[in-house]
Design a protein around this ligand. Structure first.
Ligand code: DON
Length: 309
């Protein structure tokens, strides 16, 4: 990308941030994890990282936030590296059409979660990585992997957020116990959920998250930490399942694979071009960042980066 394009992109980001600052309806911050309910919903950040690591930002892009379900993408990459296609015996690859924490399908489908991004599926993925290892080692591996992706060691787990989620994790414990009843859990539910809530409590800034996503662009010059074939498949899952029952709407509006988190972050990938992170803590009714989704829609419209041309 030449200097003129970079200047234009910076202008688009500044405009998106300006528009977000005017918004009156910013959605609702998640309250079921009490620590997240304390976050100021007025904050907004956007960052675009180019394959070589050049990162453009606007807004609060240096403020760390809880990446929550975005961590599921990184744990999935680790799980696929360790188990390969065997992972798919335990987790499906179809969109769920249901809320991220729903238990309905799990009963009907005999303890096999629809995809690795709904909570049940992500818990199964974490459980698969954990089997035969200690939680601290798995969390250490996750942090090392994310730090390597971002080329930044200043990325940590927020223990207060993890404790806060653990104290209210009844639904996730129910999902894990249900999978155990169906023979789809390898560790005690408490161990798997304890690992999972810490994984979700990883904190990153928008700039760090955008940089960390570059390995998913399959672009020349980006870090190659996962094989190109696997990157394509992770992107397919993000496109179809990354926003839960809002995945169709996100694909329709943004035209990019993306993964949201209840902390208000979204990681979106423009294959071959850039990794994009947004953060706005207020969520829409599907639990995805309200202004964040709109910001990525504007960005793809202005840049022409939709995967659909
Ligand atoms: O398991 C949970 O409920 C949270 N740790 C993560 C959920 C989440 O981020 C859903 N995304 N929008």
């Amino acid at each position: 990308m030449d200097a003129l394009d970079i200047a234009r992109l910076q202008g688009i980001l500044a405009q998106i941030e300006h528009d977000a600052a005017q918004a009156t309806d910013r959605g609702q911050v998640a309250t079921y994890i009490p620590e997240l309910a304390k976050i100021d919903p007025a904050q907004f950040a956007i960052a675009v990282s180019l394959p070589d690591g050049t990162t453009l930002t606007a807004g609060d892009a240096a403020v760390p936030f809880s990446i929550q379900s975005i961590s599921k993408v990184f744990m999935l990459a680790i799980a696929l590296g360790r188990l390969g296609d065997q992972l798919w015996q335990r987790v499906g690859r179809e969109p769920s059409g249901l809320a991220f924490n729903s238990i309905l399908q799990l009963e009907r489908e005999k303890g096999i979660p629809r995809n690795p991004f709904v909570n049940a599926g992500a818990i199964a993925v974490t459980d698969a990585v954990l089997a035969g290892h200690q939680p601290k080692d798995v969390l250490g591996e996750l942090l090392r992997f994310i730090r390597m992706c971002a080329e930044d060691d200043d990325i940590h787990i927020n223990k207060s957020v993890a404790a806060s989620e653990q104290a209210t994790a009844h639904r996730n414990i129910a999902l894990a116990e249900f999978m155990a009843a169906e023979g789809n859990l390898r560790n005690p539910a408490a161990l798997t959920i304890g690992t999972y809530v810490h994984q979700c409590a990883v904190e990153m800034t928008c700039a760090q998250l955008a940089r960390a996503g570059r390995f998913l662009t399959n672009a020349a010059g980006a870090p190659r930490l996962v094989s190109p074939a696997r990157v394509r498949r992770i992107n397919a899952l993000m496109m179809m399942c990354g926003h839960y029952d809002g995945s169709g709407e996100f694909a329709y509006r943004a035209g990019l694979p993306g993964k949201s988190g209840v902390g208000g972050g979204i990681l979106a990938i423009a294959p071959g071009r850039a990794s994009i992170a947004v953060w706005s803590p207020g969520l829409n009714e599907r639990g995805n960042s309200k202004l964040g989704s709109a910001a990525i829609e504007t960005l793809t419209r202005e840049t022409g980066w939709s995967v659909f041309g």
